[in-house]
Design a protein around this ligand. Structure first.
Ligand SMILES: [Zn+2]
Length: 290
């Protein structure tokens, strides 16, 4: 049943078909409608996220490229579209991916029996402005449950220079962990096994958001070259699925590769790119491996 879907929608079902138009960019006929109640005219495209897009054909190819280690500029070059089109489509694809991911989490309710989580460090613009990425994965299914980006102050040798040059920097780590646990909370079974490394912040979050779950902490290890520093040099890694997912992030998101010259300029856009990757990985990539 079609209801009135115009911008100033009355929401009523008093809708009749009212011709159609041909969308050249997709070679498709699109049905138009007329609302007898408020007099509005609209089409099957009204109200969708794709409304007014001219390059719909490139949406899926672009998603595949952006989730496969190709830079935004190179994606534009390969698809013969403008780099600003890619920029706008990153926002659209992220919204679409977030919607699909919420549906995906809804279906997982209380079904996850093995949770692994950790943080991945990257930066925006310069290493003196680091970002953290809190990641949670399903240890049985390998799916990525959540990944949240936040700003953190520079640490180690760069800390002093960073403060001199850019001033004090906020620490969003608590926020990213909170957002991550709030997103995944409903999916975790009461009998689940929760695993992470020995970061001192973690136990308080597990106790608050996942009370009663069995929680194991494991010492970290030295990274290997092959796994982008995320896969560890030990024979048995209890949080391998998590570390492997982090390695997949780094290998398939161009801007997360270590020593890359593609860097994130805005943390918000990194979050969008990550949301696109999560949807691609869970929905398109992993099922082909099963
Ligand atoms: Zn109406």
């Amino acid at each position: 049943m079609i209801t009135c879907n115009h911008q100033s929608s009355c929401g009523k079902a008093s809708v009749i078909k009212y011709g159609r138009f041909y969308r050249c960019s997709e070679s498709r006929w699109i049905q138009r409608f007329h609302c007898k109640s408020c007099g509005a005219h609209f089409s099957a495209a009204t109200g969708t996220l794709e409304f007014k897009q001219h390059k719909r054909r490139e949406n899926l190819p672009l998603m595949r490229l952006l989730a496969s280690g190709v830079s935004m500029r190179r994606s534009a070059f390969l698809l013969k579209i403008d780099r600003r089109t890619v920029d706008r489509k990153l926002i659209y694809l992220a919204k679409k991916a977030q919607q699909r991911h919420q549906d995906f989490l809804q279906k997982l309710k209380s079904k996850v029996t093995s949770l692994q989580f950790d943080d991945l460090i990257t930066s925006e613009h310069t290493k003196m402005k680091p970002l953290t990425l809190s990641v949670a994965v399903d240890g049985d299914r390998r799916t990525i449950l959540s990944a949240k980006v936040g700003r953190i102050p520079a640490f180690g040798l760069l800390a002093d220079r960073s403060r001199q040059k850019y001033g004090p920097r906020v620490n969003d780590h608590q926020k990213t962990l909170k957002a991550m646990f709030e997103e995944i909370g409903p999916t975790i079974a009461p009998t689940a096994l929760v695993q992470s490394d020995e970061h001192p912040r973690y136990p308080e979050f597990v106790n608050r958001y996942l009370p009663g779950r069995e929680y194991r902490r494991h010492p970290g290890g030295r990274g290997t070259i092959a796994g982008q520093g995320e896969l560890k040099k030990k024979h048995y890694d209890p949080i391998f699925i998590l570390n492997h997912s982090c390695a997949m992030f780094r290998a398939n998101l161009n801007r997360l590769i270590r020593k890359t010259w593609c860097t994130t300029k805005r943390a918000e856009r990194l979050q969008m790119h990550i949301d696109i990757f999560i949807d691609f990985y869970n929905r398109i990539y992993l099922p082909t491996k099963a």
